[in-house]
Design a protein around this ligand. Structure first.
Ligand code: Z16
Length: 805
């Protein structure tokens, strides 16, 4: 095996060999997809030696390692990223050229690994990239879903969900490790009995067991020989997994067991899905947590003698509450399998575990019905029950007579298991994902816990990997930056600040303008080729791409576009320059209102396209199936970044950071990390509008405002809402805004939003001013690299240090 490709010639030789091994074909006979597969396998060969060496080094140094548990890892394509990290992109390009292939035509053939649905999953992917880049010993742990979130098609302006068959042609980056399989138990019954030594022991019997098989994906650092691991677990049926009943001859039970088992790692469920699939989702959560922990403890046992030192060598992180069962599961392993007592096991569990909260939306805080939980996980339930008993007893001693408060902090209450409370009680660190979000956690959402454990709470503002979102997605901008300030910013993104002195430099501005135009032209060509739609590359590109959710207020955006349409009908000069409004994002299959907003966007788009007086000035385009690879085309082409959530609702946002890195100007509310973007770039370099978080929360406390009054007072709002007459479907939105009193303050913020857009147009017409703002945003975006975020987690929470390989 070779450490590196020394020349394009050697590449051609290795490629030819690999094509023979994999497909028994000459390179010239390969289909483009096979070219991708051969190349991916060659790149994996490059990584293998370092992968093994990294593991050996961690073991030899007995270093503390982090395991980041997340139910999603939204990786995006890996060929480009891996070539970049190995520094072999040019060699591959040259070599392929000699063989008659074009690397840029091959890369889009890779299916997007769709193991996530939005911000939380993409954050996890950025974090493992940064861990490896910083040479930190940290690994990901998740599920190998056979189908990702659905593939979104638009039919007649409406979202249609098709299965995302990302695994169909295989996933060349993974390695199956059957030898490391473990068993995960479900069902049966559990009870305590005397252990004959004066104590109690637990008996768990009649359970079924599922085989968990790890598939490992290498995570290479940026040209540093560190290769960490993302371990994805797949559920498999085992003939002897069905306790007792298989032999009894009830074959229907056996078949049913086999079906359920195979369902466990079949689908990724959208976060906000309804009843359907809830039980499977709970099975999934326990599945990867139990499998992951068992393999971690087994590895630990091979390295160290004393399990009481577990927390010195292992940090376990739970990304949102989905992996929170890690807490009772670690207790189970330490007590039932390792014979530890409750106190000692609890000390180790809390000392090892840390938790990140990603939302304050009450409906997104997970709760499980106790009967479901208990029947599926009887042993784990006993532990949660005991934990709840001890925790509430201690809490009541501290706040005697305050049952109102005890109710808020209980883990078991009202027939439900509350996962957020479990996560907070069982972790030594609880963090929010932006300053404002952490403040709201401390002051309201998790306030009763903050009173007891103020030292556990801390903020870690999100970040994104500038390697993927700038270096890989926007090569011309990366080249301009490197020509201007050198290449140090790639390893030290804070150094992007060295661009600040160039913000008014006419020659720099000229080049920056060219780069933006070049990325807009590329996007326009791609839209023309793949969607058959023409877009004016010289119009202002205003982009909102993210999951569809009412709090994110795509509705505000499209209603405003409709108001522009109405104004242009009256006065063709009402808008000073042509604008293109791009939308992208999926609505959860069960989220009716969000799907109606998608339909509304298409309706407005059609109205505009059919109106000659308007279509020269306005264009609305919904790009279907928004995913990581589409994002990589869109962020670089944006002039304006729409970040318009109802203040207090968006925990952080991370798209806002990707736009900023690519020189777009934020048009946003003071919500999530927008607050920090605004503080860094100042009023001159972003446009802020709307209610502040405190005002929103005050309204909520006082029962809201009257949207009817606003409707009566504001003529433009009245005219705009007549768009709802176009289709009876939209009556639901009308209900939301007026009869149900505009929960997300769409109408309340409308006038301020209109003003903000006018401000954007004024600024855009001042070219030097706009380019300066763009430069300042790029220069300040280094703060939002996930390298900064992950270093803070490593130092403050995980206590891990870099290890050179
Ligand atoms: C998710 O993507 C987020 C929160 C959540 O509770 C569940 C999911 Cl699947 C998002 C937040 O909405 C977003 O503000 C934040 O930037 C992102 O998580 C990463 O922290």
């Amino acid at each position: 095996m070779t450490k590196n490709w020394k020349s394009p010639k050697q590449f051609v030789c290795l490629f030819t060999q690999k094509a023979k091994i994999l497909f028994n074909e000459e390179p010239a006979a390969l289909t483009p997809k096979k070219v991708y597969l051969v190349l991916a396998n060659l790149v994996k060969d490059l990584i293998y030696d370092d992968w093994l060496a990294t593991e050996q080094r961690y073991d030899a140094r007995q270093t503390k390692q982090v395991y980041y548990f997340s139910i999603e890892f939204l990786l995006g394509r890996l060929l480009d990223a891996n070539l970049m990290n190995c520094g072999m992109e040019n060699m591959a390009r040259e070599g392929l050229k000699e063989l008659g292939f074009d690397l840029d035509a091959i890369m889009p053939l890779e299916a997007d690994p769709g193991l996530g649905n939005g911000g939380l999953g993409r954050l996890a992917a950025c974090f493992i990239d940064s861990l490896a880049a910083l040479q930190l010993p940290g690994h990901g742990c998740s599920i190998r879903y056979q189908y990702g979130l659905f593939e979104q098609h638009i039919v007649d302006g409406q979202q249609v969900e098709l299965p995302d068959t990302w695994l169909q042609d295989g996933f060349p980056w993974e390695t199956k490790r059957s030898d490391k399989a473990v068993h995960v138990r479900y069902g049966g019954s559990a009870y305590m009995r005397p252990d004959g030594k004066g104590g109690l022991e637990c008996v768990h019997e009649g359970y079924s067991s599922v085989l968990a098989i790890p598939y490992d994906v290498p995570v290479p650092g940026y040209r540093n020989h560190t290769v960490n691991t993302l371990r994805l677990w797949q559920a498999e049926y085992t003939p002897d997994g069905l306790f007792g009943q298989g032999q009894g001859g009830d074959f229907r039970k056996v078949l049913q067991y086999r079906d359920t088992t195979q369902q466990i790692s079949r689908f990724l469920y959208p976060d906000d899905s309804t009843e359907e699939g809830r039980k499977l989702r709970l099975m999934q959560e326990y599945f990867f947590v139990s499998a992951g922990l068992q393999s971690i403890v087994r590895h630990y046992r091979g390295q160290h003698r004393d399990l009481r030192e577990f927390d010195r060598y292992v940090a376990l992180h739970i990304n949102d509450t989905h992996p929170a069962l890690l807490i009772p599961e670690l207790m189970r392993i330490l007590m039932d399998e390792e014979g530890m007592g409750w106190e000692e096991a609890w000390r180790i569990t809390v000392a090892s575990t840390s938790y990140t909260n990603h939302t304050i939306m009450p409906e997104a805080l997970e709760r499980w019905s106790i009967p479901l939980f208990q029947s599926l996980l009887p042993r784990v339930y006993l532990i949660v029950e005991e934990l709840n008993r001890r925790w509430l007893a201690a809490y009541r001693r501290k706040f005697p007579g305050r049952e109102d408060k005890a109710e808020q902090v209980a883990i078991l209450w009202g027939g439900q298991v509350r996962m957020a409370n479990l996560a907070v009680v069982g972790s030594h660190s609880v963090n929010g994902v932006a300053e404002l979000h952490t403040k709201i956690l401390e002051e309201s959402t998790l306030h009763p816990f903050y009173e007891v454990y103020p030292e556990r709470f801390n903020n870690k503002t999100n970040g994104v990997t500038h390697r993927r979102w700038l270096l890989e997605s926007n090569p011309p901008l990366a080249a301009l930056i490197s020509d201007t300030i050198g290449t140090d910013w790639i390893r030290h993104p804070k150094k992007l600040k060295e661009l600040l002195p160039y913000r008014d430099d006419p020659s720099f501005q000229e080049k920056l303008a060219q780069v933006k135009q070049d990325r807009k032209d590329a996007l326009v060509r791609w839209i023309q080729e793949t969607r058959g739609v023409a877009v004016d590359p010289h119009s202002l590109f205003d982009i909102q791409i993210k999951r569809f959710h009412m709090y994110k207020r795509q509705l505000l955006n499209i209603l405003h576009v409709y108001s522009l349409y109405l104004r242009l009908l009256d006065d063709p000069d009402a808008v000073p320059l042509p604008q293109t409004f791009l939308f992208g994002g999926k609505a959860a299959a069960s989220y009716g209102e969000a799907k109606v907003v998608i339909k509304l966007i298409h309706t407005v788009a059609r109205l505009i396209d059919q109106e000659p007086r308007v279509r020269e000035k306005l264009k609305v385009l919904f790009l279907e199936n928004y995913n990581v690879s589409l994002g990589q085309r869109l962020f670089p082409a944006a002039d304006v970044s729409e970040q318009i959530s109802t203040a207090s609702k968006e925990a952080s946002g991370t798209g806002n950071m990707k736009f900023m890195m690519n020189g777009a100007i934020t048009l946003g509310t003071l919500d999530g990390a927008n607050v920090e973007i605004h503080r860094l770039v100042g009023d001159e370099n972003c446009v802020i509008f709307g209610l502040r978080a405190e005002e929103v929360q005050k309204y909520y406390r006082e029962g809201g405002y009257s949207s009817w009054d606003l409707y009566r007072q504001d003529e433009e709002i009245r005219r705009v809402l007549d768009v709802f007459q176009k289709n009876p479907l939209f009556s639901q939105l009308y209900e939301d805004l007026l009869r149900r009193n505009d929960e997300y303050f769409v109408l309340k913020d409308f006038a301020a939003y209109r003003e903000a857009h006018q401000e954007i147009l004024r600024r855009y017409q001042d070219r030097p001013g706009w380019l300066r703002a763009s430069a300042v945003n790029i220069a300040q975006s280094g703060h939002f690299s996930s390298d900064r975020t992950v270093s803070q987690y490593a130092r403050d929470i995980w206590k891990v240090k870099p290890i050179r390989v």
